[in-house]
Design a protein around this ligand. Sequence first.
Ligand code: FE2
Ligand code: FE2
Length: 239
Amino acid sequence: MSNQLLHQHVATLVTEDYRTADVFRRYGMDFCCGGKRPLKEVCEKKGVNPDEVVNELEHVMVQPAAGMPRFRDWSPDLLIDYINQNHHTYVRSAIPRMSQWINKVAQRHGHDRPENVEIAKLFNELAEAMLDHLKKEEDEQFPLVSLVLEKNKKGESPDEQERESLKRLHEELEAEHEHAGDTMAKIAQLSNNFTPPEWACPTYQLAYKELSDFEKDLHQHVHLENNLLFPKATQLISN
Ligand SMILES: [Fe+2]
Ligand SMILES: [Fe+2]
């Protein structure tokens, strides 16, 4: 099994069993935007011992999976509903309170810890881009996927314009995911992996904890779209 795992793409491993995401997260390995690469290559790039990673993956994969959503078996409309209810709702509620805390930390501690000024700048830009991104998915991409799915159920094929629009949207949205992932990776680096200094006040601690949660949520959100929803939608327009 070990050798087989090394040749599989990281994104595929997470698609097959979402519990593996925790292992990749611990090693700082990207499984959502840059996940379409074999595990062996990703380990080499990170300078991590592949046997160690494989052991950990095997350990989580043999545990009983009761209660874990089997996202890979979900239909596109169920995935859309879950993404909307879970991830889009979370992003919209988290951004205003996080912006408040992050900007406060930048104002109060930016003098001694200038990385917080840069973090606030990056987060404010990301927040704006993400709200536009969610709107594009909800107003354009999700309805188009639902339309194509309905046609498919009736045995009808999508027309050329629908195919082209969906392809264009996937390209744009994937590029936006990559940009969001890169921005959060920069914030992780600047914040020493979301670790506040020992003397940090509650707002400082809370801001870093929320940033860490935000990154975790982003990774799952992007994984569900890039590695499950978009390929399933592409399959619908390829028939
Ligand atoms: Fe989304
Ligand atoms: Fe997205």
